[in-house]
Design a protein around this ligand. Structure first.
Ligand SMILES: C[S@@+](CC[C@H](N)C(=O)[O-])C[C@H]1O[C@@H](n2cnc3c(N)ncnc32)[C@H](O)[C@@H]1O
Length: 295
């Protein structure tokens, strides 16, 4: 499907031969709502993607056009469908131990102090701020368990949040295809996962691993209820979908939530910028530490 938006008027069909009428006007309504609700910037070049992801919703709801869908989400009963809209338009690609150098950094530079603090009965918190289907927080937990197999006996918790309520259900179930566990050593797999009887090739995290993590829905551009500080924040491959002003505000909002010397891990094509940049120092590729440590 080739989309040449610049040739279209507001009411013209954007995608030739498509099942549902989808116009530039529909695209601009959807882009405005997704920006307001999630911070995600949808440029006109994403028309095909928006079409293919939302056509499923339109079919499911028995509607006949994008304009009907837009009326639904803008109307009094659109609140629940907005959640589905966000779920449909977010990109949830993730994998276990993605950007492995972050976990190596955490193991070498964050865990020794974290383990000391935990043993001194201090509260340890790590935030996976766009956790998707869960491999990120489970990889954090596995890194901790590798260094401290009895981590569950201490006040160590990973808060794993995402805007997408559907993806959080997968994360919380901890069920994955065995092939997704390939980056995890066989020994770790045996120790912290169990085969599921109700699906061939399905594995589920064991309770000792699952119990280290609390999953919650949280919108990064909304209010954050957390009061306590984090020793590490993983906010990876999500701000890339936001504009630079939103990105800068997120970095600034992390600062007061980070322990002195705490680590911020970000995605491979992201960088900390804006007014808060001077309060961070670089501690490796896409790794930042809170400058307080150097005072
Ligand atoms: C590409 S995944 C990244 C997953 C994981 N952090 C990683 O790097 O593998 C991006 C995630 O960001 C979430 N997301 C998008 N906008 C968000 C927002 N405003 N607040 C919280 N999560 C958001 C999406 O639902 C999606 O699960």
């Amino acid at each position: 499907m080739v989309v040449a938006i610049e040739k279209h008027f507001l009411q013209d069909r954007l995608i030739d031969g498509s099942e549902f009428l989808f116009t530039l006007k529909d695209l601009s309504i959807i882009s405005k709502i997704i920006m307001e609700e999630s911070g995600i910037v949808l440029s006109e070049s994403k028309a095909s993607l928006v079409y293919s992801r939302l056509a499923k919703r339109i079919r499911h709801l028995g509607l006949s056009s994008f304009s009907e869908y837009c009326s639904l989400i803008q109307g009094d009963f659109g609140k629940d469908e907005k959640q589905e809209l966000i779920a449909a338009l977010t990109t949830n690609v993730t994998r276990f131990f993605r950007e492995q150098h972050h976990f190596e950094h955490m193991q070498k530079n964050i865990l020794p102090n974290l383990i000391r603090e935990a043993k001194a009965r201090r509260r340890i918190r790590i935030w996976s701020a766009a956790c998707s289907s869960g491999p990120e927080p489970y990889s954090i937990a596995l890194t901790i368990l590798q260094a401290m197999p009895n981590a569950g006996d201490y006040d160590i918790r990973i808060l794993a949040t995402d805007i997408d309520h559907n993806i959080l259900k997968i994360a919380s179930s901890g069920i994955y295809d065995a092939s997704q566990l390939a980056p995890i050593s066989e020994e770790m797999q045996r120790r912290w996962f169990r085969p599921l009887n109700d699906g061939p090739g399905k594995m589920q995290v064991k309770p000792e691993l699952r119990n280290l993590i609390t999953f919650k829905q949280l919108n990064l551009i909304g209010t954050w209820p957390m009061k306590g500080k984090f020793q590490a924040i993983f906010c990876r491959n999500v701000v890339i979908y936001f504009d630079s002003k939103t990105q800068e505000s997120i970095w600034s909002r992390f600062l007061p939530l980070m322990e002195d010397g705490g680590a911020l891990y970000i995605g491979h094509s992201e960088r900390v910028s804006g007014p808060s940049e001077k309060y961070f120092f670089n501690d490796g590729t896409t790794i930042y530490r809170n400058r307080m440590e150097r005072r």
